[in-house]
Design a protein around this ligand. Structure first.
Ligand code: PMP
Length: 341
């Protein structure tokens, strides 16, 4: 059990604030006449969305066996990354720590918020060197550590998450955007033990609803109350809330989609073994592969000519591209092209 006091980590100006909740969302009404928010009385989508996302949180709480008060919803997990930095990192003073390489948005939002970005360089297998971690977290300015598992763009998962929670006196954000593809245990089960843990998940990947822009933060009630305090009141639009509620009614669809992607992942893995222009395929727990090529310039150009878009990662990761797993037709197109190079 960790004894970190969250209040001491929060920026002073934010500690003083309370969440903005509209009168309407704060109370229960049976047959209300809404004349309070300067909306139009016409049309189907004329009302502002529920600023507390009550139905969505209740549904997620049931799915994850947590309290709705341990759940914050964002306009994608991107927004939640920004809000977490805003809560804990004083501009021009504090820093975030992120793995290198990892998801660029942690650095993007930290920089916009005028916070420093410290990099924890991964080893040749893209794993964290624990001694390096212990050394770097001595720096008091580091308030938040973004631990992405499975990591984007490397694809591998981090074992022993509790080590990082136990050896850092700040907030550990475990970004589980790709967890459904990994077959690994979620860190959600650690929430009760670690008040400094925030778990991020998203509807953009395994759920297949990136267009709706909905991400979720799970944490202690104390941290969730802070997220609710700094978020824009109507940060998740009404259409998206409805769409996600509907998707949550059918978790089997998610499971089916994940199964299909994993089948494709195995098929691609096999195919990659027989391809000349590939030097190395890194092990992946996600819905993408990081691949090292003999001649990235040539391969990337040929893919572009055939309108196959991939994510080029060099020079940051020399010779590497990240390839998203598509459907069989798309994957076959990719393999046919690579075989002919
Ligand atoms: N975290 C990771 C690791 C990601 O790769 C992504 C999207 N590429 C996100 C978060 C953002 O997801 P969302 O669509 O929920 O903003």
């Amino acid at each position: 059990m960790s004894t970190i006091s969250i209040n001491t980590l929060v920026r002073e100006n934010i500690l003083k604030l309370k969440p903005y909740i509209s009168f309407r969302d704060h109370n229960e009404f049976n047959t209300p006449t809404f004349l309070d928010a300067n909306e139009s009385p016409f049309g189907e989508w004329n009302r502002y969305p529920d600023s507390t996302q009550k139905k969505l949180k209740n549904s997620l709480a049931e799915l994850k066996t947590l309290s709705p008060r341990q759940i914050a919803i964002g306009n994608g997990s991107d927004e939640l990354i920004d809000l977490i930095i805003k809560i804990f990192c004083e501009p021009k003073k504090d820093a975030i720590l992120m793995m290198n390489p990892s998801f660029a948005m942690y650095g993007f939002y930290a920089t916009i918020n005028e916070n420093r970005v410290l990099q924890l360089n991964l080893d040749e297998n893209f794993e964290i060197v624990k001694d390096d971690f212990l050394k770097i977290v001595q720096q008091e300015a580091i308030k938040v550590f973004f631990l992405c598992s499975p990591n984007n763009p490397t694809g591998n998962s981090t074992e022993d998450i509790e080590f990082y929670l136990q050896n850092f006196n700040g907030i550990v954000v475990v970004d589980e955007a790709y967890i459904e593809f990994s077959g690994k245990k979620s860190s959600l089960e650690l929430l009760g033990q670690y008040p400094n843990l925030i778990v991020l998940q998203t509807f953009s990947k395994a759920w297949g609803i990136a267009g709706a822009r909905v991400g979720v933060a799970y944490a202690s009630e104390e941290i969730i109350q802070l997220v609710n305090t700094v978020k824009a009141p109507y940060n998740v639009n009404a259409l998206s809330q409805e769409l996600i509620l509907k998707a949550l009614e059918n978790e089997n669809q998610l499971k089916e989609n994940v199964r299909d992607i994993i089948t494709e992942r195995e098929w691609l893995q096999d195919q990659f073994n027989n391809i000349e222009c590939i030097t190395r395929v890194f092990p992946t727990d996600a819905n993408f592969f990081l691949i090292k090529l003999k001649d990235i310039e040539n391969v990337y150009t040929q893919m572009l000519e055939q309108e196959i878009l991939t994510s080029r990662r060099d020079p940051a990761i020399p010779g590497c591209i990240r390839i998203n797993i598509g459907n069989r037709l798309e994957n076959e197109k990719l393999i046919n092209l690579l075989k002919n190079i």
